[in-house]
Design a protein around this ligand. Structure first.
Ligand code: GLU
Length: 425
């Protein structure tokens, strides 16, 4: 069926009827904005689409749409689910859950998910929330056990019927937790990380807008682990970042989070709730829930600097570390003096992934001599994966297998959107 942006359509999927205005949609998909203000996206070949209004005009052969006859309205009301979508909000701590301790003047994590719901009443218009406290810590205190506990709780909530998950989290290490969950969970529903750069007691706090945008993504069709935070320094929209491609790029600005080597998945308009998407993403229900826990904590990132002493690698090799990420220069280099130590790590069956301090762009160790020597010594090119994402991937892969060759082959693969085929320019 032919449709274009602005048309009003009826979509039938598995006995449920949706009506709405056609939004900018990816090829093969149709995204509509429903009267409720929420967006829904569908794979065109899995639904039946009827044109109700041709960009404002009642379509030929249709019995009317938004302003038309009662029938279609009744159909929607009768078949659509009663009540709002069920969302579990899991709080871990951080500024979004913090307030000033007037005894010490310090910011401490004290709010629970229920406190957040009480403080931001708009959330209750969007979904039916259930709160669960996982921890009340600043995110610099998280570790790989915290990631696994959080992942387990998220999986339990999805199994218990949550149609979307929000994780409130300190922003400093939010990207590490988002990466960890991206590898540990195959999800049929959105898992949305959200935080705030400025605490609720400050007039410029970003906590309410970020939480409201996060709730809109949690009920959307984007079934991935994502980070939702301010897109600009104004209160206009939030960006939706893929968990494996996001990085905190500023210490204090509200728009500190940026997708690196990828566009964000999309944006959420704060006032209308409209979600626009820019790249392909996994849709709601496309994957079955799968939990793959396991993390090897003995992994590290080592940053190469000019003249750096290579024997620093000896520390890791002789202290039981199982894998390393090197933050090399430019295309992914270390000095010639480091090559024998890389070889030593390879001989000790420690995978070594090479990433770049440039952050933007792709590793290529085939151009210069040092790079070629690094590859001969067994180094794995991290492609366009961020150093932190590579570290968590390494920890997860080594938590899944003891077999060195298998680990190396998994590390070369794109497992959760961390390697993109073509570097974004
Ligand atoms: N450093 C704290 C954390 O990451 C507070 C920062 C924040 O939440 O933005 O949890």
């Amino acid at each position: 069926m032919e449709f274009k942006q602005g048309d009003w359509v009826r979509i039938e999927k598995n006995g449920t009827v949706y009506e709405g205005k056609v939004m900018p949609s990816m090829e093969g998909y149709i995204t509509i904005k429903m009267k409720s203000g929420y967006n829904a996206g569908f794979s065109i070949d899995k639904v039946r689409i009827t044109l109700l209004e041709n960009n404002g005009e009642i379509a030929n052969g249709s019995n009317g749409g938004r302003n038309g006859v009662k029938e279609s309205k009744n159909v929607t009301e009768k078949i659509s689910k009663p009540g709002l979508p069920k969302i579990a909000i899991l709080s871990t701590g951080g500024t979004i859950a913090s307030k000033i301790d007037y005894r010490t003047g310090a910011v401490t994590s004290q709010f629970t998910a229920d406190d957040i719901l009480a403080a931001i009443p708009e959330l209750k218009e969007i979904a039916d929330f259930k709160g669960r406290v996982i921890s009340s810590i600043l995110s610099e205190n998280m570790d790989s056990d915290s990631w696994q506990n959080l992942a387990k709780a998220v999986v339990e909530e999805i199994e218990a019927g949550a149609e979307g998950i929000i994780v409130t989290h300190g922003t400093d290490t939010m990207m590490y937790s988002a990466v960890a969950l991206s590898f540990m969970i195959e999800t049929p529903v959105p898992i949305v990380f959200v935080g705030s750069q400025r605490s609720a007691d400050r007039p410029s706090s970003d906590n309410a807008m970020n939480a409201i945008c996060a709730a809109r993504v949690a009920i959307s069709d984007i079934a991935e682990v994502v980070v939702v935070m301010h897109g600009t320094t104004s209160d206009d929209f939030c960006e939706i970042h893929r968990g494996t491609k996001v990085r905190k790029m500023h210490t204090s600005r509200r728009d500190a989070f940026k997708s690196v080597n990828s566009l964000p998945i999309g944006t959420v308009d704060y006032s209308t709730g409209e979600i626009k998407t820019f790249i392909d993403y996994t849709r709601r229900g496309e994957k079955a829930l799968k939990f793959k826990p396991g993390m090897e904590p003995k992994c590290a990132i080592v940053k190469f600097t000019p003249g750096a002493d290579p024997t620093v690698l000896d520390y890791y090799i002789s202290n039981g570390y199982r894998g390393l990420v090197i933050e090399g220069t430019g295309l992914g280099h270390v000095s010639t003096k480091w090559i024998p130590l890389l070889q030593k790590a390879g001989d000790a069956k420690m995978p070594v992934i090479v990433t770049s301090q440039c952050l933007n762009g792709r590793i290529c160790d085939r151009v210069y001599d040092t790079g070629r020597d690094m590859l001969k010594a067994g180094a794995i090119e991290g492609e366009d994966t961020l150093p932190e994402t590579s570290l968590v991937k390494l920890m997860w892969v080594l938590g899944q297998t003891e077999d060195f060759e298998k680990a190396v082959s998994m590390l070369r693969e794109d497992l959760s959107g961390e390697i993109t085929e073509c570097t974004h320019k």
